[in-house]
Write a protein that binds this ligand. Structure first.
Ligand code: NAD
Length: 300
């Protein structure tokens, strides 16, 4: 049977994701509060609706791709006199949130949806705009097993890996734990390269040793923060993203919130969050997050 998807949030990620659903034959009704985003999606073949309620009328799935958890909760509940999606959707609608938000917010959003008689999963992504366009995103999914199976075919249209990470909030948890590793490891790799420079090591020598030794990691061998050793890394194109500093700062902030609310005795996570907040505020927001090495070098 034909599945109808209300696709809300047609920004950098949502726009191309919606295009891939349309191409795969899904009936899509797109909506964004920014008219330019709506127009762009329409130009790329996504049927659009005049309002969120028009978009969700008759939808089987309400997919959201918003900037933050507050946007998701406001849309679900209704805010500023706007009717809430949960109250207006037909009973049993699948609420599929692909935004990157706090674990607690994801759990709250899912609980609200279920209390309103719907189904819900959180399914944040990694892979960036390039992955959204190519349909090669990784989806990290939190929710009941049967709901995971229900959304899997749809997610497989937009992504190449779809991983069930446990109950509600599990997708968000997996994403921020991964990005905590990534943020900290990029800082470590960058500090090591700057230290190597001071000690007279060439970038290539350090790379040749560490990439074949216990310092090996993605931040070194795929997204190497110095130009040369890995020709495809953003460092070779003046740190054009890639994975923008603003997004790393955002994800580490979410990790920090979770570290604080769970009481984990973490030290590097909070520090990495602070380091990337500063990087983003001082001109790194639109640069690849590996550009952190230039900050370290400049301040040395
Ligand atoms: P974006 O700001 O480009 O898009 C978000 C869109 O949501 C905007 O167009 C905004 O107008 C719209 N929006 C907000 N509230 C709305 C509402 N109530 N109804 C309809 N539309 C609404 O952001 P993005 O880069 O597409 O990222 C979306 C999410 O994906 C974020 O949570 C982000 O952290 C996550 N993410 C982004 C990337 C990336 O590389 N850009 C990678 C992985 C995950």
């Amino acid at each position: 049977e034909q599945i109808t998807v209300a696709f809300l949030g047609l920004g950098h990620m949502g726009g191309p994701m919606a295009v891939n659903l349309v191409r795969a034959g899904y009936t899509v009704a797109g909506f964004d509060v920014v008219p330019a985003a709506l127009d762009a999606a329409q130009t790329h073949g996504v049927p659009t609706a005049a309002s969120p309620l028009d978009a969700i009328a008759g939808a089987d799935v309400v997919l959201t791709m918003f900037p933050s958890g507050q946007h998701v909760l406001d849309a679900y509940r209704g805010a500023e006199g706007q009717p809430g999606l949960l109250a207006e959707a037909k009973p049993g609608t699948m609420f599929l949130d692909c935004s990157t938000i706090n674990v607690d917010e994801a759990r709250e959003a899912s609980a609200l949806a279920i209390a309103a008689g719907h189904r819900a999963v959180d399914a944040p992504v990694s892979g960036g705009v390039v992955g959204a366009e190519a349909g090669t995103l990784t989806f990290m999914v939190g929710g009941e097993a049967e709901d995971f199976e229900a959304v899997r075919p749809l997610l497989e249209v937009m992504g190449k890996r779809v991983v069930h990470c446990g109950g509600h909030g599990g997708g968000q948890a997996a994403k921020i734990c991964n990005n905590l590793i990534l943020g900290v490891s990029m800082i470590a790799v960058s500090e090591a390269f700057v230290l190597g420079e001071k000690l007279g090591l060439t970038h290539q020598a350090l790379f040749d040793v560490a990439s074949n030794a216990s310092g090996q990691c993605w931040a070194l061998t795929t997204n190497c923060p110095v130009p040369g050793p890995v020709p495809t890394s953003p460092a070779n194109r003046d740190y054009q993203p890639g994975f923008a500093g603003a997004l790393m700062a955002k994800d580490l902030r979410l990790a920090l919130n979770a570290l604080e609310s769970t009481g984990v005795a973490a030290r590097l996570g909070p520090l990495a969050s602070e380091i990337y907040d500063t990087f983003a505020a001082e001109g790194g927001a639109g640069r690849d997050f590996s550009g952190i090495i230039t900050d370290i070098r400049d301040k040395s």
